[in-house]
Design a protein around this ligand. Structure first.
Ligand code: ZN
Length: 197
């Protein structure tokens, strides 16, 4: 149906999250209609982002520098660390403009079914960070699911000897994703955080 190079482009686009066959076709045909220079800029942006963006060595958020902008920002409160599963959650929480502390990105949640145990996540670095630094509060902001709950309880137990551990109050249903919550809901969840039992 498609000439092979076009079929390959559609096939690759279709691997992106949220892109079905129809959208992939539409995007591919759109790309072919654009001037060559514009297409080169797009391709270059993809390759450079992949090459240059790594993880912050302190909080594991996406960063082109060895330490990210949030960690380097002297106006942010060093005494509070908000623990999230993914960099997408940092972006969602930053959009609320309600949070002025630091973050720690775990890189996922504990999920034995998928072969993800605590050692696959950035948990030991978090414990080191909290035990070595004076941290007044750690806020656990992990999306509510069975795996998220396991992760919250596991991380909470490890950190309790060192600091106050709270969790955000979700008005979200089980399985609700932090990333899809609107800013008001997220801000409220953050504000209504409670000490972890
Ligand atoms: Zn950082």
């Amino acid at each position: 149906m498609f000439t092979p190079p076009l079929a390959r482009l559609i096939e690759q686009l279709q691997r992106l999250p949220g892109v079905g066959p129809k959208t992939a076709q539409r995007l591919a045909l759109h790309i072919l209609k654009r001037p060559e220079e514009e297409v080169n800029t797009l391709a270059k942006a993809i390759i450079e982002a992949k090459k240059q963006v790594g993880l912050c060595q302190v909080c594991f958020h996406l960063s082109a520098e060895s330490v990210c902008e949030i960690c380097r920002n002297p106006n942010r409160n060093n005494n509070i660390i908000c623990v999230v599963a993914d960099s997408r959650d940092v972006i969602a929480l930053e959009k609320t403009r309600e949070y002025g502390g630091k973050y720690h990105v775990l890189g996922g949640v504990i999920s034995p079914m998928d072969g993800i145990g605590p050692e696959q996540l950035n948990i030991s670095a978090l414990v080191r960070r909290v035990s070595q630094q004076k941290v007044q509060e750690v806020i656990l902001a992990i999306s509510p699911s069975v795996e998220g709950e396991t992760t919250t309880l596991y991380v909470g137990q490890l950190l309790k000897p060192f600091t106050l551990v709270t969790r955000i109050a979700f008005g979200l249903p089980m399985g609700g994703d932090l990333e899809y919550a609107d800013e008001v809901t997220l801000a409220r969840a953050l504000e209504g955080r409670r000490e972890l039992d």
